[in-house]
Write a protein that binds this ligand. Sequence first.
Ligand code: HEM
Length: 132
Amino acid sequence: MTEPPDGVLASYYRCRREGGFIDTFYEVFLSKSPAVAAKFEQTDFKIQKLMLRQSLLEMLCFDRGLAGTSEEIARLAARHRELEISEEMYGMWLDSLCTAVERHDPEYCAELEQLWRRAMLKSIAEMVAAST
Ligand code: HEM
């Protein structure tokens, strides 16, 4: 049986097919606000992009309740609490991700974007809850 998250996973791999997906994400995200860009002033983006690629998959697994993934999301949440990331920034993060999907998935449509948003929401809610 095909459940909605499979659509998101397939979209993720289509986005990655030609490269540049994560680059687009950070380009869009950093341009959202000077406050976001300031958080990444000391960041080594080569490493950061690899870690984001990995964490997107972890978020999809967490959404599906796969064993072991909640610890990873909790670790990520604790790290972002230390970084003092606001709830508003998480909104910008999700919007930027959807823009990157729109640019890189040839099968992008509004319904698919809603699936992406829904799939990311559980992890984002954990991260926001940990920082308040
Ligand atoms: C749910 C959304 C997010 C995910 C999946 C995510 C993912 C990650 C990952 C995997 C790391 C590396 C953590 C580690 O050290 O192991 C990281 C670091 C970081 N994230 Fe996020 N992040 C998210 C949201 C945000 C938001 C909204 C901001 C706001 C500006 C942000 C700013 C940062 C910064 C500043 C670092 C540290 C970079 C450095 O080491 O220089 N993140 N993030």
